[in-house]
Design a protein around this ligand. Sequence first.
Ligand code: GLN
Ligand code: ZN
Length: 765
Amino acid sequence: MPDHRVTENPVGSTVLGYPRIGPDRELKRAVERYWSGKIDEAALAETGRALRAATWRELAAAGLDSIPSNTFSHYDQVLDTAELFGALPARFTGLGLSPLDTYFAAARGVQDAPALEMTKWFDTNYHYLVPELGPDTTFTLTGTKPLDEYREAKAAGYETRPVLVGPVTFLLLSKAAGDAPEGFRPLELLDRLLLRYAELLEQLHDAGAEWVQLDEPAFAADRGEKELNALTRAYHVLAKATARPKLLVAGYFGGLGRGLGVLARSPIDALAVDLVTDPSTVDAVAAEGALRDKEVLAGVVDGRNVWRTDPEQALARAATLLGTAARVSVSTSCSLLHVPYDVERETALDARLKSWLAFARQKVDEVVLLGKALRQGPGNVDLTAARAAVRDRATAAELLDVRVRSRLASLRPEHALRSPFARRAAAQQAALGLPALPSTTIGSFPQTTELRKARAAHRAGTLDDAGYTAAMREEIERVIRLQEDLGLDVLVHGEPERNDMVQYFAEQLAGFAATEHGWVQSYGSRCVRPPILYGDVSRPEPMTVRWATYAQRLTDRPVKGMLTGPVTILAWSFVRDDQPLSETAAQVALAIRDEVHDLEAAGIRVVQVDEPALRELLPLRAAGHEAYFAWAVRAFRLATSGIADATQIHTHMCYSEFGEVLPAIDALDADVTSIEAARSKMEVLTDLGEAGFGRGVGPGVYDIHSPRVPDVDEVGGLLRTAVGAVAPDRVWVNPDCGLKTRGYAEVEPALRNLVAAARQVRAEL
Ligand code: GLN
Ligand code: ZN
């Protein structure tokens, strides 16, 4: 038996993955140009090759002992894995397309072959494609991507560690194919899949790979006996392969729970643990005697946030493990996919704030430095700069706003409380006089090229304030007239001034900073540039009042003010890590509350506070749910209380599977909640009914994710289902979500049908 113990081949410092879209989003551009036929496959491949080469060069030059490969992807690593093992659904493989086009068809869908479902990668803002597997799925090692990338790196002079989605996580993230028998679980395919993984390991070994990394983040969530058994089985089977690289299994986005013991006792060679998300993992690992003959990668550099690492804390955590494992290496907590490339490029950022930040490039340096410090002792390595930056941030008076602090300290429970719903409902009915089944939209109207141009020109300074205001007003007026013409009951101003529902507010709130190049991949070619919430948050000036009141002056119908909620603002930003999220959320909530109050004072009678990310921040383990709900709900209620009973609060979420968040949605105490429901045919109403949800609800009756225009009968049918499931006087009529990604050619007829259907069903009540 070969001796796989790591001491022979130490990995002193490494990262679990690296961004892949390119420092200037080169991959995004190339992929999109390929889709539109502007470049061919060879040109796209060349862009990929250049990006990979640059990454390896950079990681090697920084001094990492082990460099990952196969972290590149044309779209998504889970889709890559499905393709690798020949597990793409027949609706794509039967199209007769090239392998690359088949892959993109699965990612984006084509006529008659809808895309794979896309969903959140654990609790990050990255989204992966959900493989569809059935009992008949046969895995074959059809792909060569990990092997190709390994060889490509080798040819360029770099020994790398191919990174793969682990087999158990792959199956747990997959869903049963539509035609699979009831009760089928993809995990049943484990043995079949392991044969192919073993085959791949052999190929990698033959190509010369010393190590391979298998990611099993699925074990950061609660997992049952079956799943833990699968984990045991997977790594016993894979370790048995006679010719294989050493196995590094990576668990991240939290502690591994019982998975830790399973992996410690399995014959793998190294285990990577996330010591940032759940620092108590340190003790669990230290207590795990079975790790004595393995290497442990201490994930002490946060792979998901942008702050410089505290060297004392990181070294203390890593050092706790020294006696536990055969060897300890320093690593990132997870792949650096979730942070931007390089903070040095941010020339417009405040210099002091910049000195507190570390993006992917800087985090690699941190890992190398901490690795050295761990090896040679902190006294032999220069940590002065790292210490100084962390100390400077920890003591920066600029981060503190005493007014915000004292306002928070003086809050009493009644600040997050409105009067009973029945009383509010009566006051709102008297004030608004809406018909039964009132119709409305979720906020945004289609964003035309002219609008985007006007915003860009204003930003660039070529369109002055007056010109910009005029352009926005013109658009608002057009949208108001359209809604009147369509016969909607509660109107919106259409959000023409907003680039993004979080960025728009972050730009106007104190305590936030924006980056120029801080792009991270959200899914496929889509990238986002999250704002950085670095200090105490407050609202210097009204943010939306002038647009909302302009719209309201144009019409007698109520115009709904439109804000983003505190949880969503946190979820889509890089958030300070020097105080509990609950506190930061309360600060953001007070800023939004100020806006709600100003809107009310300016005569706006309906205000929507969007919380589409309420489910996103839900902790992966159930044990964390209660505490999360407590602060998330309090933040929303703080933002929406202290107003007249007659002022109606709406909220909006764009998903239909509420499951665990249902009680929280109820606790938000919004007067009206609009939710995605069209595709699931109103199923969500049954859940709401069973949970005793007793306020207004607007189940989406128009699926805005598709260009299809639903006809009156279809919308009417959904509405009849809704009034059958929920008391008719509580049902609202609205689309699933905002309309900004759609065109007027579809939106106008769809909304016309929506209003007609509302009138029809109203008449039947
Ligand atoms: N008000 C926003 C809009 O209509 C809501 C967007 C969202 O839910 N993601 O665009
Ligand atoms: Zn939405």
